[in-house]
Design a protein around this ligand. Sequence first.
Ligand code: ZN
Length: 98
Amino acid sequence: MWRSSQRGRDEVTCIACGDSVARSEAREYDKFGDRWDREGKEFEHLCKPCDRERCHQPRGNLERLLEDVESAAAGRDRDAFLATYLELAERADSVEER
Ligand SMILES: [Zn+2]
């Protein structure tokens, strides 16, 4: 399938910041998590800066972490919440091997 584009050759749009980047400069982002099964799929793209940011901030972990913090610091004040957050975040960082 070939779509014509006024902007010329192979440009894709970063799904995070909306910038147009050359396809060769972009990272493919497959929301199904399986880059190797390409049949009938359309990939989304991230520019390199956004891709880098994404790797540093795994959102899935953050949400799980916040749930843990909420239950650990339940009924306590904001300082306790933040202290618990930092403690658990540090622990999660040191455990995670990737
Ligand atoms: Zn971007």
